[in-house]
Ligand binder design. Structure first.
Ligand code: FES
Length: 245
């Protein structure tokens, strides 16, 4: 925790009307510097946000993107959620464990790769999916996944299948802290499989139906009070009545 990092933590906190809203990106910045959330980083966030260390710890230990053990240069997450699992994700994860000689959430001896099985990345249309430092690697096979980790460990340039050239985990954490690296527009981003529905709708002249929710005027509300007044609470009300009866 040097002066520069502390100043950047202050800068993040100052971006928000309520400074405690800055805690999540601040923890990413701590990880970008230390490779994990450290006690020192927790203390610094707590001090700046006028929270207790226990409150900051509570957040850092709740979300799985915050790490309490050092992460390697590349965080490789294999989706083993239902769709990816049946499409080969389980097999990819097993093969990578064998190949890298690590277990779940462990780092290779050379400090290059940390392997973790992760939940659905909302990329099921490209299953089985792997993520490297939260960039998509679509339609993987055990062989392609092994090739990716071998190339990363050998220091070769590797590109995400739908994004930029892969940076290190610490560099990615800095981006998540809100310090852009200028690569946001690199790569195709949205791929053809995700656009099939849009394409079909275009070909058939389909559009989303107008809202028929009772109480909705279809207009954007001006403030919170108006939004509450317009909210459709009929379902909640009928459930409450059912419970009462
Ligand atoms: S199940 Fe793997 S991305 Fe959704």
């Amino acid at each position: 925790m040097n002066e520069t990092t502390y100043a950047e933590l202050l800068e993040i906190a100052a971006r928000y009307p309520e400074k405690r809203s800055g805690l999540l990106p601040m923890l990413h910045l701590v990880q970008s510097v230390s490779g994990q959330v450290t006690p020192e980083g927790i203390e610094a966030c707590a001090e700046i946000l006028e929270l207790s260390a226990a409150e900051v710890s509570g957040v850092a230990t709740f979300y799985t993107m915050y790490k309490r053990r050092p992460v390697g240069d590349y965080h490789v997450g294999v989706c083993t959620n239902t769709l990816c699992a049946v499409m080969g994700g389980d097999l990819i994860f097993e093969r990578l464990k064998e190949h890298l000689d690590v277990g779940n959430d462990e780092t290779t001896e050379d400090g290059k790769v940390t392997l973790e099985h992760i939940e659905c990345n909302a990329a099921c249309d490209y299953a089985p999916v792997m993520m490297v430092n939260w960039e998509f690697m679509d339609n993987q096979t055990p062989a392609s996944a092994i090739q990716v980790v071998d190339d990363l460990r050998a220091g070769k340039d590797v590109r995400s299948t739908r994004g930029p050239q892969l940076c290190t985990w610490r560099e990615a954490e800095r981006v998540l802290a809100g310090f852009p690296d200028g690569l946001a527009d690199e790569g195709p981003s949205s791929g053809p499989a995700s656009q099939v529905g849009l394409k079909l709708a275009g070909q058939n002249g389909w559009s989303a139906p107008a809202s028929t929710v009772s109480g909705s005027t279809g207009t954007v509300t001006e403030d919170k009070v108006e939004a509450v007044e317009q909210a459709d609470t009929s379902r909640a009300e009928s459930e409450t009545k059912a419970e009462e009866s």
